[in-house]
Design a protein around this ligand. Structure first.
Ligand SMILES: [Zn+2]
Length: 462
């Protein structure tokens, strides 16, 4: 979850329709690559004799081109169909896992929202439900127990724990209501077995360690409820760690003393440490402290989009050297820097949203304005290609074994071509188009993440 995720207000249907249209147009462009290749081939074939232009000959070539056009379209369709078939084949076999899904926010906040029923993104703006996971070939997602950071008094901590337990209960209930198609899973082994049975998997992660409070025995309580990773902090510093987003800057200079003990206990239990949202210093502390590999459940590359929430090349190298994985986040601001004009408008609105006296109504209105900016400047919204640019960057930097996917759907995910979870095959299509093998695509889509989970479990059993 990013920014002001407590306001999941319904999308303005007109704007959503426009975006859908743009999305479909952009998605269609993915296949242009093959047709361009054919056209280049034809051009070189027809205009081989560049040195002696002959008008008569050129006209003849032009008519030949017109004649060939239907065949070209036909062969482009064929190539497209072949790739699409391959995409389906990969999804039929691969175990696809997303490490950051904010579906529980809708389950908690939208009255009557049933994650077991199919919804329509164009109508309600929601991105995840079980039917759409099935449709898209998304086998498992880590549902996030998310709480925005509040006060750190004993009373507030107790309240956070109570709220977290309610979210756990809601997730359990959603699985129980759909036992014919969904299972709660906690290990890589369980995940793969569930996939073999043709069922979807729900893993549980916690975004923000605030509900741990100052009592580390809470970790065992949450572990027993199925928790397998904790993002130590969210957008503000807490008792465990500094955050990359806190306007006050560093408080502990990285991980606190309590945070150190927390990481040791997480290692002991087999809960993965999630470094997304942490300050750079806190990240390096985790690298030093964690005995088991860790991941960044929803972060992208700072080299491609310079924001503090993303990871620098040095951090990605360090993470990989310890066996970890960075799961690419699909939030627009973390994939592609907006143009200066848009950036100023966004910053102005965000400053108003963050004002202490902003009422929920003000925030709702401001968030609607924020979205309107994006519809006004669609070229500023990232596409599937931008997502794969980040994947490419990690692969070039540290190899294929250290990148995964954590889309942050229902928490800010905003990519043209992957509007909701039913459209994730567009990512696979783009990976195939760029020459990734099925084996490597399987690693990206879940294999690498499952390796970290299995290693955390293995360490805990030592
Ligand atoms: Zn987040």
């Amino acid at each position: 979850m990013e920014r002001t995720k407590t306001q999941i207000d319904n999308y303005n249907s007109k704007s959503t329709e426009l975006r859908r249209y743009i999305g479909d147009r952009r998605s269609a462009q993915i296949t242009d690559y093959e047709s361009i290749k054919y056209l280049q081939f034809l051009k070189s074939f027809l205009f081989k004799n560049k040195t002696s232009p002959n008008p008569q000959k050129t006209m003849k070539h032009f008519y030949t081109f017109l004649f060939c056009l239907p065949f070209l379209c036909f062969s482009q369709n064929k190539v497209e169909k072949r790739l699409l078939k391959k995409v389906d084949k990969i999804h039929a076999k691969a175990y696809t896992v997303d490490t950051h899904a904010d579906a529980p926010i809708n389950m908690m906040d939208i009255e009557g929202f049933d994650v077991g029923a199919k919804h329509n993104y164009a109508e309600d703006g929601t991105q995840i439900d079980f039917p759409r996971m099935k449709e898209g070939g998304m086998d498992a997602m880590f549902f996030a127990v998310y709480l925005g950071q509040g006060k750190r008094t004993p009373e507030a901590n107790a309240e956070a724990k109570e709220k977290a337990l309610k979210i756990f209960a809601k997730i359990h209930e959603s699985v129980k209501n759909n036992t014919d198609k969904v299972r709660l899973v906690t290990t890589a082994k369980e995940g793969y077995a569930t996939h073999k049975q043709g069922k979807l998997g729900v893993f549980i992660g916690m975004e923000n360690g605030w509900p741990v409070g100052t009592d580390l025995s809470n970790l065992k309580l949450y572990y027993d409820l199925g928790l397998r990773y904790i993002t130590l902090a969210h957008s503000f510093n807490n008792d465990l760690s500094d955050s990359s987003g806190d306007p006050q800057g560093a408080e502990h200079g990285g991980i606190s003393k309590l945070g150190e003990a927390c990481i040791a206990e997480m290692n002991r239990l087999g809960i993965v440490v999630d470094v997304s949202h942490l300050s750079d210093s806190a990240f390096y502390d985790v690298m030093r402290l964690s005995k088991a590999p860790v991941f960044a459940s929803h972060s992208s590359c700072r080299a491609l989009c310079d924001v503090k929430r993303n990871m620098t090349d040095d951090m990605i190298k360090m993470l990989a050297s310890k066996g970890g994985v960075i799961q690419i986040n699909f939030v627009a601001d973390f994939l592609k820097k907006p143009s200066a004009e848009v950036a100023i408008s966004i910053k102005t609105i965000r400053m108003q949203v963050q004002k202490a006296d902003a009422t929920p109504e003000d925030k709702k209105k401001l968030n609607a304005e924020l979205r309107q900016i994006k519809y006004k400047y669609p070229s500023d919204v990232p596409t599937v290609k931008d997502v794969v640019n980040h994947i490419d960057h990690v692969v070039k930097l540290v190899g294929i074994d250290h990148v995964g996917i954590g889309m942050d759907m229902d928490g800010g995910s905003d990519v043209i071509g992957v509007e909701d979870v039913s459209k994730i095959k567009n990512v696979t299509f783009e990976l195939l188009r760029r020459g990734y093998t099925s084996k490597n695509i399987k690693k990206i889509w879940g294999g690498n993440t499952m390796r970290v989970l299995a290693e955390a479990e293995k360490f805990s059993k030592k």
